[in-house]
Design a protein around this ligand. Sequence first.
Ligand code: NAD
Length: 415
Amino acid sequence: MDLTTRTATETAALNLFDRAADVLELEPDLRVALALPERETAVRFPVRMDDGRVRMFNGYRVRHSTARGPAKGGLRYDLSVSLPQLRQLAMAMTLKSALVGLPFGGSKGGVIVDPRALSAAELERLTRRLVRALGDDIGPDRDIPAPDAGTNARVMSWIFDEYAQLHGRPIANVVTGKPTELGGSPIRSGATGVALAELIEAAASRIELPLRGANVALQGFGNVGFAAARALRGMGARVIAIADVGGGVIRTDGIDLKSTQRWATEIGTVAGAPGTESIPAADVLALPVDVLVLAALEGQITRTNAAMVHARLLAEGANGPTVPDADRILRDNNVFVLPDILANAGGVTASYLEWSGQSLSLSEEQAQGFVRARLHDALDRVLDQAVQLGGDIRLAAHVLALKAVAAAARSRGVS
Ligand code: NAD
């Protein structure tokens, strides 16, 4: 890895990895092997735009580890996409899958693009060219993409179809998060958010915070944020503020989620949604709420704004939304943090059911029960481990996850 291109968040991820490796007294060979990705692919490819012009795009796929099985990780379309960012996210996927006991490694990919600035036809052409450019880098027993920020079931359908064209036959488990008519799991699209809400409920009961009547602020109102918000409302909580890429909204007696989602889908942001008042997006993070849900992008809670977080419970639906310096401040202020590799593991767990074909033989309740059981078991183990680590829940999750990855790597050996 070129050390000069490491970002602050990537360095932070490696510091956390090192701390977990120290706790485990991980042997030096494994520490070196697992600290960096197994494989990185960078592609540059042309896409014909609707106006006839050709634009070049940069795409990436980073495979962190296949120690426990085929690599699994989302595909992100966002202007912030970069190799250093994807390295960190790919490692997080390895650890996340291991923490909940799935037979997956970890990966992540993305394209530097603002998907909202492209038409549906342009996005389709971009996705299909990306699949051709990546070639055999992805595959059902190599590396399996899934939706992430800026992508969705529709994008997964295009990948499925293009991969089928390339290989002369449809290969069902090349992606997860497909629509149900292509064998997707009916619970996948809401799985991350629903499981996040269920973990919040379990964690809240540990700190004697009743969810009924609790106030929730939310950053990110996409796939994860909306599903979490709806599930939390079903548990009796009240979502009083939402921030997204275009601004923030507040309504102290509870935001109408359905109409706000309709507005956000149409306009591209929650800002200005009927029945709400505008508020700067950054202020949403500092509201005196019971629960703060982060479901947008990484690096949102920093040393600068961490002291302004007044929530009793902060749940990381997004990957890497809290930087390590901020973590210390949150712990000092008694904010209970549900760390990303645990909090948002519902998506990859539901994806496992889809990938392995099991979602076909399970009812929605059974599939949801499978996800719930995996995550709640992980929560119990993480909180037990945290007691031994002075209450550091994030470190505890990383220690348990790294232990599971290292055990698999050790079993396989090196010849
Ligand atoms: P999405 O594209 O559906 O939604 C992203 C949301 O974040 C949107 O509301 C967008 O407006 C908002 N956002 C973007 N930039 C922002 C900014 N600078 N400030 C405030 N809000 C901003 O994405 P998603 O699938 O919901 O994923 C959100 C996060 O959850 C990502 O970090 C992703 O890696 C993580 N995650 C997603 C899944 C999944 O199943 N989709 C699983 C695990 C983790």
